[in-house]
Design a protein around this ligand. Structure first.
Ligand code: SAH
Length: 352
């Protein structure tokens, strides 16, 4: 009979220690395994060389290590690298590595597909199939860290949750992955170099503030007018701008961490004076900066980026009111560097 083996990365460090104690071994063996799994990112028990053969066999008999595989890689002329990431059950998600002069940013996915319905987003067309597990998020980071070393000769500097899915609809797993990524006994990356991007789920933003998370928050705003936002992000009928504002003010009060608003300007949608005024007012109420991002046209939407002069109006109006604003061109266009096509946004993250 085939014995059901649990994925070893689905259990805690305490459970690993208990497992060894239960089998008559010292607890620190559990800590050693944790280190192999979450610091070194190994996918095979036989590579855990400070464990005896007996203990490796014991793990082998009781657990599996589910892990991702890089199915396909595409490299853009500008150095952007897109990975098709295959999960243990054959679903595919995307992750993108974006090098710039000063940093290398990994854009990771948090769900297979997405349950939200943003009209401009390629992922919205893919039904949400499931959430990614913490290890599947972690593995994307480890894989891109290795690619960064290999291709750009330095480690990853930043991580953004701007790939497929809505991270706040998979909050527990995203948090658990970030925990392993930032754990001094894990990848030991600074939470300040991690940005979670959300379409804006007020209840979960409050929860994050209560949890005192230390990573950065970006919100895909795209319009500060309720009637306009509902048109391009229909879920916003339930998650209104009013609720979002309250949640963001709560976030700021609790964390003192400045927000970034991501914003695309489309022809005939949010390209009027009143759109600009609404954004300026919104930003004056909420300590923030604005990241105007370039639209990457997708097949399923008849939308077009607004003219350069409108973008300039946005930039001028925000800047004249002392609101920080950045605008960057797209990266990885020739490989359709997706992750919901976001390479452009990523480069603009903290242009320090
Ligand atoms: N669900 C999260 C994270 C994934 S989308 C969120 O909404 O933030 C990451 C970013 O890409 C968001 O700012 C989203 O608005 C933006 N985006 C999606 N499709 C895009 C497109 N076709 N062109 C430009 N930006 C896009």
């Amino acid at each position: 009979m085939e014995v059901f083996k649990k994925d070893i990365r689905a259990i805690s460090k305490d459970d690993l220690e208990r497992f060894f104690i239960h089998h008559g071994a010292p607890a620190f063996k559990g800590a050693q395994v944790y280190q192999w799994l979450w610091q070194k990112g190994v996918h095979q028990f036989e590579l855990m060389t400070n464990l005896s053969k007996t203990h490796r066999a014991l793990l082998e008999a009781n657990f599996t290590i589910n892990h991702i595989q890089i199915d396909r890689q595409q490299r853009s002329a500008d150095g952007t690298l897109k990975n098709a990431v295959k999960l243990h059950d054959n679903f595919i998600v995307e992750s993108v590595l974006i090098p710039t002069a000063k940093r290398t940013t990994a854009c990771v996915s948090s769900q297979v597909g997405c349950s939200l319905d943003c009209t401009f987003c390629a992922t919205a067309a893919l039904k949400r199939m499931r959430n990614l597990n913490p290890d599947e998020i972690y593995d994307q980071v480890v894989a891109m860290n290795r690619q960064s070393q290999l291709y750009y000769e330095h480690p990853l500097s930043n991580i953004v949750f701007m790939g497929m899915g809505e991270p706040l609809m998979n909050y527990a797993n995203v948090l658990s992955a970030i925990d392993k990524i930032t754990d001094p006994k894990g990848l030991a990356m600074s939470p300040k170099r991690i940005t979670l991007s959300t379409s804006g789920v007020p209840k979960m933003i409050r929860k994050m503030a209560d949890d005192k998370v230390r990573f950065k928050l970006a919100v895909s705003l795209h319009s500060a007018r309720q009637e306009v936002r509902e048109k391009i992000m229909p879920f916003a009928k339930s998650f209104t701008l009013e609720d979002l504002e309250e949640a963001l003010l709560y976030w700021y009060a609790q964390t003192k961490s400045e927000l970034t608003f991501e914003y695309v300007v489309w022809k005939g949608i949010n390209d009027q004076k009143e759109d600009i005024q609404a954004l300026v007012k919104w930003c004056k109420r909420i300590p923030s900066k604005v990241n105007i991002i370039q639209y990457n046209p997708i097949d399923t939407a008849q939308m077009e980026q607004a003219d350069q002069s409108v973008l300039q109006d946005y930039l001028n109006s925000l800047a004249s009111q002392k609101i920080k604003v950045t605008y960057r061109r797209s990266r990885g266009v020739d490989i359709d560097a997706a992750c919901g096509q976001l390479a452009n946004k990523i480069e603009s993250k903290g242009n320090g």
